[in-house]
Design a binder for this molecule. Structure first.
Ligand code: 3PG
Length: 311
């Protein structure tokens, strides 16, 4: 089988070598398309691929139609909103992700960016400590759990709310030392910092709006390492205008980045390029997991991490 690694944002070299070794040791052919300039290059590369490993690369109808032999797409990472699952199902293509493999990297970034901004971008002025402050986790998957673990090490109070876990389920997550809250409103009310950890779904799009944000303390901080579409940008701009101490920290650059930056230069920080999963370790974990999942899929039909429906 021909396995294509198609990554607009390339993995670390060690991860690529590991992926290649796993694919070739199983008798498959490995090809890669890294840092490609445009969609036409991707369309050309997928022509004879049986499997594709991607990151945030968009796999839509056009790409799948250009790949008549495609059987499996593995998103080496957590979020798969970049793949059209319905089209994949209709074409009998299995889509998988590699949940949890880059959780530590993203979680470390959440705390790193928070400290950076609470210390006023290290400009030498008087900042704030995060110890004993209240961190709210909106959703409680792999990344949020890791954030909780690290935050507890900083002696933070960690509140968690998940729209998908029952309260009993959340309470069972005791090992992470989180306080369960019962609604998103309660989460925003009771947290100094709110960190977003839900996937982008029709029901989560624009879920962080003015009403929720206005429940936070006046010097609250919103942290987004998930997806930009979760936040209503106009509402956030309005909150930041109304509250001279409110901060917004993000690893997913908003559409109105320039406006945030020019209006609130000391209270807004965005990474220039999504960097949460960009560590050697996370690249290796997610990349090798993706390669192994493809091998298992072709070897024995293993679909353990399948995220789309079957046709
Ligand atoms: C994910 O969903 O796994 C993260 O957003 C990382 O995405 P990336 O692989 O594009 O860095």
């Amino acid at each position: 089988m021909k396995v294509l690694l198609a990554t607009g944002k390339p993995f670390a070299m060690q991860a690529v070598e590991g992926i290649q070794n796993i694919i070739e040791a199983a008798g498959h052919t490995f090809v890669k398309l890294e840092s490609y300039a445009g969609k036409s290059q991707l369309l050309e590369a997928v022509k004879d691929a049986n499997a594709i490993i991607i990151r945030s690369d968009v796999i839509d109808r056009e790409v799948m139609e250009a790949a008549p032999n495609l059987k499996v797409v593995v998103r080496a990472g957590a979020g798969y909103d970049n793949v059209d699952l319905d089209v994949a199902t209709s074409r009998d293509i299995c889509v998988m992700n590699t949940p949890g493999q880059n959780a530590i990297a993203v979680a470390e970034l959440v705390l790193g960016m928070l400290i950076y901004m609470q210390r006023n971008q290290f400009d030498g002025s008087v900042g704030r400590e995060i110890s004993a402050r209240r961190l709210g986790l909106y959703a409680f998957g792999n990344v949020a759990k890791m954030v909780a673990k690290i935050a507890r090490g900083f002696s933070m109070t960690v509140n968690a709310y998940s729209p998908t876990l029952s309260h009993d389920d959340l309470r069972k997550e005791g090992e992470y030392g989180v306080v369960t809250v019962y609604s998103n409103k309660e989460l925003f009310e009771k947290s100094d910092f709110v960190s977003l950890h839900m996937p982008l779904l029709p029901e989560t799009r624009n879920c962080v709006n003015y009403d929720l944000l206005s429940l936070m303390p006046r010097d609250g901080v919103l942290i987004n390492t998930a997806r930009k579409e979760l936040v209503v940008e106009e509402d956030l701009l309005r909150i930041m205008e109304e509250r001279p101490c409110f901060q917004f920290i993000t690893d997913v650059m908003p559409v109105r980045h320039e406006e945030f930056l020019s209006r609130f230069p000391k209270r807004y920080f965005s990474t220039p390029k999504k960097t949460g999963a960009q560590t050697n370790e996370a690249n290796i974990n997610a990349g090798l997991a993706a390669a192994s999942q493809i091998v298992a899929f072709f070897q024995n039909g293993d679909e353990q991490f399948r995220v789309n429906n079957k046709s």
